[in-house]
Write a protein that binds this ligand. Structure first.
Ligand SMILES: Nc1ncnc2c1ncn2[C@@H]1O[C@H](COP(=O)(O)OP(=O)(O)OP(=O)(O)O)[C@@H](O)[C@H]1O
Length: 242
């Protein structure tokens, strides 16, 4: 079956450092895929290659069967690829509503009227509607995460890339975030790829887990099996078999 997105032999180097090394990966429509790996494994770079903020040294990105390797980040966003950032940079002096509206207008290319409707729908879905008039810079952490998700969802994505969105939350807040991401995937049909160090949050949502190490896919399979593997234990603890 044709994946929603197919990465074909994707590599990226910075000088002598090969950050992404011949990654071939298919992501079917509707999937919730997790990505783990040690610091510096190339996880965020993989997102940058998919969203088009970084060009590959070689390889291709195929989106719904079309080669989009040469397409700009803005065009990819309009085509349905959205992301959250590890370090969110909202317009702190604007309200939550204005932040999300901006994404709907510029990210999705909607008219002002359609963007207003989309913004209201998204803020309902992310449970931020009652805080729409708050300044983005004054939000508590969970609401900042909800807003980061809202900005991505306002672009009406088919694919949502989440980069370490669960860090720093309390257990209760994390449970709320998990429910929201699960709903985005299962109820709204958005394909989700989630890089996350908070493994229990990831395992509550994803049905497939990929491990990256030194830019390469070193494991790909059932999340619990992958996390229980010797390879993952070695990568995370630095311990050898003996
Ligand atoms: N623009 C760049 N120039 C030079 N080196 C870079 C650049 N971007 C990333 N790197 C290097 O590539 C490697 C992979 O970085 P990347 O951010 O993709 O890793 P990561 O797996 O997301 O790490 P983390 O879990 O710490 O966020 C790192 O060694 C990083 O320093």
């Amino acid at each position: 079956m044709q994946g929603l997105v197919e990465l074909v032999g994707l590599s990226r180097s910075y000088g002598a450092l090969k950050v992404t090394d011949n990654v071939t990966l298919g992501i079917p429509r509707g999937e919730a895929l997790g990505i783990v790996g040690p610091n510096g494994a190339g996880k965020t770079t993989l997102f940058n290659l998919i969203t088009g903020t970084v060009a590959p040294s070689s390889g291709r990105v195929i989106w719904r069967g079309q080669d989009i390797t040469a397409l700009s980040a803005a065009s990819r966003c309009r085509a349905g690829i959205a992301r959250s950032f590890q370090v969110p940079q909202p317009f702190a002096g604007m309200t939550v509503y204005e932040n999300v509206l901006t994404a709907a207008i510029f990210g999705a290319g909607l008219t002002a009227r359609a963007a207003r409707a989309r913004t209201r729908d998204v803020l309902e879905a992310t449970e931020l509607a009652d805080r729409a008039s708050r300044l983005a810079g004054a939000l508590p952490l969970l609401d900042r995460k909800r807003m980061e998700l809202s900005r991505a969802l306002a672009t009406n994505p088919d694919l949502l890339l989440l980069d370490e969105i669960a860090g720093g939350l309390t257990d209760q807040e994390c449970t709320a975030l998990i429910a929201l991401i699960r709903s985005i995937n299962r109820d709204h049909g958005v394909t989700v790829v989630w890089i996350e160090h908070v493994v229990h949050a990831l395992l509550a949502v994803v049905t497939r887990l990929v491990v990256l190490d030194q830019g390469r896919v070193v494991m790909d399979g059932d999340p619990h099996t992958v996390m229980a593997s010797d390879l993952v234990r070695r990568l995370y603890t630095g311990l050898s078999d003996d």
